[in-house]
Design a protein around this ligand. Structure first.
Ligand SMILES: C[S@@+](CC[C@H](N)C(=O)[O-])C[C@H]1O[C@@H](n2cnc3c(N)ncnc32)[C@H](O)[C@@H]1O
Length: 208
């Protein structure tokens, strides 16, 4: 089991730039936040995986949700802390997911927007299962992954400062089966467009 260190380091090196680029809320994410908050009844404690620049956590808090911000990249964690937020360095594959505020109380939901794309296929069910184990029965999940086949390793940036990323793509039927195996009841998987020709599978599920 492993987390791709090149990917994490690449986020570390340009966390502030990424946060600025991702600051505008995409319409499809806004719609997912609406649905998630409605399903939670407008309150509850949520574990966020891959908080990044913190755009979604702020939107959720504005709607009455308490969010534990976490990221596997220390660049994002430091950025969030510098902005005055509490944030924890956390790898959903290996770290204890219990809430430091209420260690014996499971979360009411998990928000994992555009981050499980970096979890290797062989680890994906383990991560989903660990998230389920940290969530109360009936608790909610939002997770979004890129729609497609296989995986890809690619490099961005300049020759002098290359950044390497690995992503894994999913099709709906395999995604449904991974979620069911990990004790999530899938309500809906919506196909949403990010940038042109950048398609996401956006999951609305509840803990079995
Ligand atoms: C595309 S960004 C999305 C950030 C934020 N959720 C958003 O929607 O703007 C991907 C996020 O996944 C995190 N990440 C990278 N590898 C990861 C892994 N193995 N497991 C969970 N998150 C990971 C990155 O640090 C980053 O915060």
């Amino acid at each position: 089991m492993s987390t791709n260190r090149d990917t994490v380091q690449s986020y570390d090196t340009r966390a502030a730039e990424y946060a600025a680029e991702a600051a505008a809320m995409p319409e499809w994410v806004a719609a997912e936040i609406d649905a998630f908050v409605t399903e939670l009844g407008g309150s509850g404690r949520v574990l966020e995986i891959g908080s990044g620049g913190g755009r979604d956590a702020l939107a959720l808090e504005t709607r009455g949700i308490s969010v534990r911000r976490t990221d596997v990249s220390k660049g994002f964690v430091e950025l969030l802390r510098e902005s005055g937020f509490k944030a924890d360095l956390l790898d959903p594959l290996t770290d204890d997911l219990a809430d430091p505020l209420h260690p014996d109380r499971p979360y009411d939901g998990v928000w994992a927007c555009a981050c499980l794309i970096h979890v290797e296929r062989r680890d994906f069910r383990t991560v989903l299962r660990r998230l389920a184990e940290a969530t109360r029965p009936g608790g909610r999940l939002h997770a979004s992954v890129r729609d497609g086949d296989g995986d890809s390793a690619f490099t961005l940036g300049s020759a002098a400062a290359p950044r390497h990323y690995v992503e894994t793509y999913w099709r709906e039927s395999a995604l449904r089966s991974a979620l069911a195996d990990a004790s999530w009841n899938v309500g809906e998987i919506r196909r949403c467009m990010g940038r042109p020709d950048d398609w996401w599978l956006s999951v609305r599920a509840s803990r079995a």
